[in-house]
Ligand binder design. Structure first.
Ligand SMILES: C[S@@+](CC[C@H](N)C(=O)[O-])C[C@H]1O[C@@H](n2cnc3c(N)ncnc32)[C@H](O)[C@@H]1O
Length: 209
């Protein structure tokens, strides 16, 4: 997937040079004293803004392929005056170029595109080719948190996690039926929930060895 950029968006992003980078640029957070959490497909930044505000001791990076979404997210991060967030206009397919092996403590995949056609399965962010990349960059014992409205994608993903040797816990097909107090609703989560669509959730963990 190519990075989607428009000249006027690039111009506007320049106001956020301390916060946003574009493409294969090494990010902040070589600060090994802090945990590093990364969100894949950050969208307009509702989730990363809230989670970073609640956890000022953790560094967060949001990866998003659409520059216009990154611009919206950057505005929110600035509004909330957060110093522990960086955003990168970036295709997750190249994530192994961005991080060192076992550098990342946790990943979040919130409502990624389901790519329902079988011939597009390779584009799903939970396809085995992505899982291999996540295993490389996540710390041993590191976890990723996965939420989706799409039951087909969820069932497919659970199969992929098992094939990849990931340990899965806290599986639910209706997260909001008994919503954990620390759940942070994303923009898409709010939309789907309002429309009465149940939210699927699980946590997948990379082995310790
Ligand atoms: C359905 S939206 C969900 C947005 C947000 N996570 C939420 O839950 O509200 C999926 C987002 O992932 C982004 N995306 C899709 N494929 C991507 C990729 N390969 N790399 C980075 N971002 C991607 C899209 O541009 C879009 O903003």
């Amino acid at each position: 997937m190519r990075l989607r950029r428009k000249p006027h968006t690039d111009e506007k992003l320049k106001q956020f040079e301390d916060l946003v980078t574009v493409g294969n640029v090494q990010p902040i957070t070589k600060d090994s004293t802090r945990e590093l959490y990364v969100e894949l497909g950050t969208g307009k930044g509702d989730f990363i803004t809230q989670i970073a505000e609640r956890n000022p001791q953790i560094n967060f990076i949001g990866l998003e392929v659409e520059a216009t979404c990154v611009l919206a997210a950057a505005r929110k991060v600035r509004e909330h005056n957060l110093s522990n967030v960086r955003l990168i206009v970036f295709d997750v397919a190249n994530i192994a170029e961005l991080f060192a092996e076992h550098e990342v403590d946790r990943l979040y995949i919130n409502f990624c595109d389901p790519w329902p056609k079988k011939r597009h399965a390779k584009r799903r962010l939970t396809h085995e080719r992505f899982l291999e990349l996540y295993k490389k960059i996540l710390k041993r014992g590191g976890e990723f948190f996965f939420k989706t409205d799409n039951r087909g994608l969820f069932d497919y993903s659970l199969e992929q996690f098992a094939l990849a040797g990931l340990e899965v816990r806290d599986v639910t097909n209706d997260l909001h039926a008994n919503e954990p107090p620390d759940n942070i609703r994303t923009e898409y989560e709010n939309k789907f929930s309002t429309a009465g669509v149940p939210i699927n959730f699980c946590i997948a963990r990379v082995a310790n060895e």
